[in-house]
Design a protein around this ligand. Structure first.
Ligand SMILES: NC(=O)c1ccc[n+]([C@@H]2O[C@H](COP(=O)([O-])OP(=O)(O)OC[C@H]3O[C@@H](n4cnc5c(N)ncnc54)[C@H](O)[C@@H]3O)[C@@H](O)[C@H]2O)c1
Length: 358
C-alpha cells in the first residue's frame, strides 16, 4: 500500500475544533473509499493552550509541522486575548515562515437558491482568486510614534517585491491555463492611486506575453467589487495583492452563499501547504454544535486536490454540491436546522454515491 499522507491538524479556537472534527471524519471516509492513507497529528495551539501555558507556537512543534505534507487549520482568535496576537503568532507565522505565497480561493455557487444575487445561476458564479499571501501591508513593517498623544503618527508600509509579484502572477497564468475555462486572467490592482502597484501592471504584461493563449484583463479593486456583484460571470481567474484579495474574497464568499462554504488553500507549490475555511472562530457559536462544517470539508477537498488525490477531492465537492442542490442541507449558516455533526453525517453517508470521473 502507498505511504500515508502526513497531515498536521490545528483545530484552534471557537468553532474550529467542531468543524475540523467533521472535516477529519470526511477525510477518513474518503481515504477508505479511494484507497489512500492519511496519518494526522493534532496540535493544541490556540487560545486555551496559550492561557494555560503562555505558549503560542513553539519552534519544536513548528519544525515538526514543516515536515508534513499538508496542514489543516480550523480557526484562530478568541475575545479573551489581545487582538491579533494568536492570529499573527499562528496563522501569519505559517504563511510567512513556510512562504505560502499563494492564497487560493475558489468562488463557486453550488445551488442557485444560495446566491443573494437576482437571476444568477451556478454557471454565472465560478471563478478563482489568486491572492498574494506574504507581502503588502501584512509584512508587518509598522510602528507608532508618540503613541497615545495628540501628535500620534501611525505607519504601516505596503511592500511589493519584484520576486513576490512575479511568482504569484506566473502561478495565476498557469492556473488560468490549467482551468481551461474562460482562459482569461484579470489583474485587480489600484495602480491609479497606489502607484507602487505599477510594478504589478508591468510584471503582469511582461509575464503575460509568455501566455498568449490567456487573455489579459484588468480591473481596479473598487470596480472589481462592483463587477463581483453585478457581473460575476465576467471573472475566470483573478490575481491580486494581499489586502485587496483579503477583502474581495469575503465579498465573493457571499455570492457563493456565505462564509459557511468558503474554503482556501495557502500554497507553496511542491511544499507543505495549509488549507482552511475562510471564516474565523465565530465565538458566539463555540461549543454549540451549530456551526456549518462545509467550509472545512471543502478545505479538505482542496487539500486532497493539492496532494494529487483528485478523485477524492472531486468526490467531496460533488457530494457537497448534490446535498446543497437537493436542499438536504438547506442553508450555509447556523440556521440550517441541522447540527454540525448532522451535516458531517449527511456528507459521509452520501460520499459513496457521488458521481466522480473514473
Ligand atoms: N483564519 C482564521 O483563523 C480567521 C479568519 C477570520 C477571523 N478570525 C478570527 O475569528 C474571530 C471572530 O472573527 P469574526 O467574528 O470577524 O469572523 P467569523 O468568521 O468568526 O464570524 C463572523 C460571523 O459569521 C458567521 N459564521 C462564520 N463561520 C460560520 C460557520 N462555520 N457556520 C455558521 N456561521 C458562521 C457567524 O454568524 C459569525 O458571527 C476573531 O478573533 C478573528 O480574528 C480568524
Amino acid at each position: 500500500m502507498s505511504e500515508a499522507y502526513t497531515i498536521a491538524v490545528v483545530p484552534g479556537d471557537g468553532i474550529g475544533p467542531e468543524v475540523v472534527r467533521e472535516g477529519l471524519r470526511v477525510l477518513e471516509r474518503v481515504a477508505s473509499i479511494e484507497g489512500f492513507r492519511v496519518a494526522t497529528t493534532t496540535y493544541p495551539f490556540g487560545a486555551e493552550h496559550y492561557l494555560k501555558t503562555k505558549e503560542i507556537f513553539p519552534e519544536s512543534a513548528f519544525s515538526e509541522v514543516r515536515q508534513q505534507r499538508a496542514i489543516l487549520l480550523g480557526a484562530i482568535g478568541d475575545p479573551r486575548i489581545e487582538v491579533g496576537l494568536l492570529e499573527f503568532g499562528i496563522i501569519a507565522k505559517m504563511r510567512f515562515e513556510l512562504d505560502l505565497f499563494v492564497n487560493l480561493r475558489p468562488v463557486k455557487l453550488y445551488a442557485e437558491h444560495l446566491c443573494p444575487l437576482k437571476d444568477k445561476k451556478p454557471e454565472d458564479v465560478d471563478f478563482i482568486v489568486v491572492r498574494e499571501n506574504t507581502e503588502d501591508a501584512y509584512a508587518g513593517m509598522r510602528g507608532f510614534f508618540k503613541k497615545g498623544t495628540p501628535d500620534e503618527v501611525a505607519t504601516q508600509e505596503i511592500i511589493f517585491t519584484r520576486k513576490g509579484t512575479e511568482r504569484v502572477i506566473r502561478y495565476a497564468f498557469e492556473l488560468a491555463r490549467r482551468r481551461g475555462r474562460g482562459k482569461k486572467l484579470t489583474l485587480v490592482d489600484k495602480a491609479n492611486a497606489v502607484r507602487a502597484m505599477d510594478l504589478w501592471a508591468r510584471v503582469f504584461e511582461e509575464v503575460g506575453r509568455e501566455y498568449p493563449d490567456i487573455a489579459r484583463d484588468h480591473a481596479y479593486i473598487d470596480a472589481a467589487c462592483m463587477w463581483c456583484v453585478k457581473n460575476p460571470e465576467w471573472f475566470d481567474t483573478v490575481v491580486t495583492s494581499n489586502m485587496f484579495g483579503d477583502i474581495l474574497t469575503d465579498l465573493a464568499a457571499m455570492i457563493q452563499g456565505g462564509l459557511g462554504i468558503a474554503a482556501s488553500g495557502n500554497i507553496h507549490p511542491g511544499q507543505v501547504s495549509l488549507f482552511e475555511p475562510i471564516h474565523g472562530s465565530a465565538p458566539k457559536y463555540a461549543g454549540k454544535n451549530v456551526a456549518n462544517p462545509l467550509a472545512t470539508i471543502m478545505a479538505v477537498s482542496m487539500m486532497l486536490d493539492y496532494l494529487g488525490e483528485t478523485r477524492g477531492a472531486a468526490r467531496i465537492e460533488e457530494t457537497v454540491a448534490a446535498l446543497l442542490r437537493s436542499k438536504r442541507i438547506p442553508s450555509l449558516g447556523s440556521d440550517s436546522g441541522l447540527s454540525t455533526a448532522e451535516i458531517g453525517n449527511l456528507v459521509i453517508e452520501s460520499l459513496e454515491q457521488a458521481k466522480v470521473p473514473a
